[in-house]
Design a protein around this ligand. Structure first.
Ligand SMILES: *[C@@H]1O[C@H](CO)[C@@H](O)[C@H](O)[C@H]1NC(C)=O
Ligand SMILES: *[C@@H]1O[C@H](CO)[C@@H](O)[C@H](O)[C@H]1NC(C)=O
Length: 481
């Protein structure tokens, strides 16, 4: 943890040179170790008593001539946060170390070294600098306040803020208050507030800093609105919508936004293959939806929303559908063109075509790669048979791919020459269905034979009668009597 690191930036601003009652100012970030200097010249005799006191209120730490050490009761209980290392005594250094400093530790300390009647006193003012956040995990949209202050307070300090190591400037809509004593940033929580907040305080030509991490909760995946999700026609796709851990979103809803009503939010039509997430106890934060088989008409904007702590959180995303258009350019020579089509190609910078080859084991391998949105091939040629995939790239790498299956041109027709690869899946599905039907038939036949056998045992046969039948029969018998 950052706070546990011995992040010492306690600095002596005034070097003590045996002078008495001079003030030293030490700054320490809350949680770090503070070193309060108290140095005498090494040539001094070994002192009989060393006493550190705070705010004239009492002893923090004391060492007597015999070597006995005493701690203030409040500090000794807490694993002796205060130490005065012996090893440094020979060098005339009686500096006090305070670990994991807190706001309450800020104040005026006095070190008194007693050389048998001759007392040297050093005064050290310890100032604790702290960045605090109103709520450690604010929910998206709620107000969040980040405060930087120093205890005891200073006047005339200048504050600056850094977010993830870059200066955080005042912007409209952000309350930004610095009054020389503390600095406050108040804003609506959004993803851009997530990160490490560092407060840099300038005072007397020096700078000190303190930081705190802020995580804004909400929909973490996708992290930005208008994220594009790419899918090939016929494939399955997941529209992500994952909430931060610790949230319990309610009334989650998926909508398709009509293109012409982005601002009016009229719900569009969700296709039949669209299935919102099933309530799963294993992943209660995952509200992702899926489309089993994407159609080109499924492209468009989708919105996932849910209520968290009274706040309606939404995330818009865009489904971009890719397909391959094929066109015969010359029937005689079997020349054709394949064009990679995307419902929104605004983020696509590059297209490439690759021939997908399968070996006898069914292992996929890729053949030659050709650049460009359109591919011209001759389907007469044997080596062009099979699958062709169009890969499309954005500035940050591959966005997706879509495949097309080229079959040997039959002698009769050349119209429906290219079929999307999912047709092969349909064929496989159909054969599976036939197989299942066959199995069912066999099973039925077997059942029939068994029934015949059961017939020989009337006792077993009666089991199939329903209770109502039995009752009827009993009644009939009673009537006969
Ligand atoms: C097919 O798999 C077998 C065993 O896994 C391997 O020995 C053989 O080389 C593979 N053939 C091809 C064409 O990759
Ligand atoms: C297309 O994408 C799928 C899934 O990412 C991948 O498995 C496949 O290898 C890709 N095909 C090509 C030709 O790049």
């Amino acid at each position: 943890m950052m706070l546990l690191e011995c992040f010492i930036f306690a600095v002596m601003t005034v070097l003590m040179t045996g002078a008495q009652c001079e003030e030293t100012e030490v700054f320490a970030e809350a949680g770090s170790q503070a070193v309060l200097p108290c140095k005498c010249s090494p040539s001094s005799p070994y002192p009989s008593n060393i006493i550190w006191t705070k705010d004239k209120k009492g002893t923090v730490w004391r060492k007597e001539k015999g070597g006995m050490q005493f701690w203030a009761s409040s500090l000794s209980k807490e694993n002796q946060r205060v130490r005065c290392p012996h090893s440094q005594f020979e060098r005339g250094d009686y500096s006090l170390q305070i670990n994991s400093v807190r706001k309450e530790d800020g104040g005026r300390y006095t070190c008194m070294v007693d050389y048998g009647g001759q007392v040297t006193a050093n005064v050290v003012i310890l100032r604790i600098m702290e960045v605090s956040i109103s709520s450690l995990v604010p929910v998206w949209g709620n107000d969040v306040t980040i405060t930087c202050n120093v205890t005891p307070g200073l006047h005339g300090a200048a504050f600056q803020w850094m977010l993830n190591n870059s200066p955080f400037m005042s912007r409209p809509g952000i309350v930004f208050n610095s009054n020389g004593v503390e600095s406050v940033v108040r804003e609506k929580a959004t993803a851009r507030l997530t990160g490490n907040w560092t407060c840099v305080m300038g005072y007397k030509d020096k700078e000190w800093q303190a930081s705190a991490a802020l995580t804004v909760k909400g929909i973490i995946h996708p992290s930005k609105d208008n994220t594009k999700v790419y899918a090939a026609v016929g494939s399955a796709v997941t529209l992500p919508c994952v909430f931060s851990p610790g949230l319990t979103p309610s009334n989650t809803l998926w909508e398709k936004l009509k293109p012409e009503s982005i601002f009016r939010l009229a719900p569009g039509h969700l296709s039949a293959s669209f299935s919102p997430s099933s309530p799963s106890s294993q992943f209660p934060l995952d509200k992702s939806a899926s489309l089993k088989e994407v159609g080109f008409e499924d492209e468009g904007r989708y919105r996932c929303s849910g209520t968290v702590e009274g706040q309606r959180l939404t995330r818009d995303m865009q489904l971009v559908v890719a397909k391959i258009d094929s066109r015969i350019t010359s029937k005689e020579r079997g020349a054709m063109t394949l064009t990679c089509q995307l419902s929104d190609s605004s983020d696509v910078t590059d297209y490439e075509w690759v021939h997908v080859v399968y070996d006898l084991n069914g292992t996929q391998s890729f053949g030659s790669v050709q650049k460009g949105k359109t591919l011209r091939i001759s389907k007469m040629s044997e080596e062009n048979q099979g699958e062709w995939a169009c890969r499309f790239y954005g500035t940050e790498g591959i966005l997706g791919n879509v495949t097309s299956h080229i079959q040997l041109m039959s002698g009769l027709s050349g119209q429906k020459s290219s079929s999307p690869s999912h047709n092969t899946a349909a064929v496989v599905g159909l054969s599976l269905l036939l197989l299942v039907l066959l199995l069912v038939l066999v099973k039925m036949c077997k059942n029939h034979q068994r029934r015949k056998r059961i017939f020989q045992y009337p006792a077993l046969e009666t089991i199939v009668h329903t209770t109502s039948n039995e009752r009827e029969e009993r009644e009939r018998k009673r009537e006969k009597k």
